[in-house]
Design a protein around this ligand. Structure first.
Ligand code: GNR
Ligand code: NI
Length: 173
């Protein structure tokens, strides 16, 4: 298994629109396993393929506290939305930044599972928030896109500064 590198805002690759997956085979399942390993290691509750520079419509999630409820959604599609709810979001591609985002409270999602079987499920709570956040990634959209340009500019500067500190300290290694 392999820990994959997670792309960070404002990397233009995060803007690529992912294409549908045509066949669910063992080579895809290797990527799925690596995405789970990467997500768990990064302490995330979800990960979209786009974030690991794989531009196909695939996401993984596990919002359980025991980390024992893995979800694989291939070619996910929201077929019904209900209600709305504001929650505090974060993103592994926007490290260290959190802000409120309004999304549907409940979503009905159709997708293929890791066996390639068609599934349909109603999701609510943290899972609904997470799946909407991940599907946005597959469309090249980030949660900071819902914020004002001023806030987004602040995030960009903060991440830029973090990167500078990181490369400064690695110069002495
Ligand atoms: O780990 C994550 N936590 C999170 C919290 C609130 C709303 C969405 C998320 S998803 C995020 C992992 C991630 O960046 N997935 O794309
Ligand atoms: Ni994210």
């Amino acid at each position: 298994m392999t820990i994959l590198r997670i792309l960070e805002f404002p990397d233009p690759k995060l803007r690529i629109k992912a294409v549908p997956i045509e066949t669910v085979d063992d080579s895809l399942r290797v990527i799925i396993d690596n995405m789970f390993e990467t997500m768990y290691e990064a302490l995330g509750i979800g990960l979209a393929a786009t974030q690991v520079d794989f531009h196909k419509r695939l996401l993984v999630a596990d919002v359980s506290s025991e980390k024992d409820d893995p979800y694989v959604l291939i070619n996910p599609r929201i077929i019904e939305k209900d209600g709305s709810k504001v929650s505090e979001e974060g993103c592994l591609s926007v490290p260290g930044y959190f802000d409120s985002v309004k999304r549907a409270e409940t979503v009905r999602v159709s997708f293929l599972d890791r066996g390639g079987n068609q599934q349909e499920e109603e999701m609510t709570g943290m899972l609904a928030v997470c799946v909407q956040h991940e599907i946005d990634h597959l469309d090249g959209k980030l949660f900071v896109d819902y914020l004002s340009e001023t806030k987004r500019q602040k995030v960009r500067k903060k991440l830029h500064k973090q990167k500078r500190v990181q490369s400064d300290s690695s110069m002495v290694l």
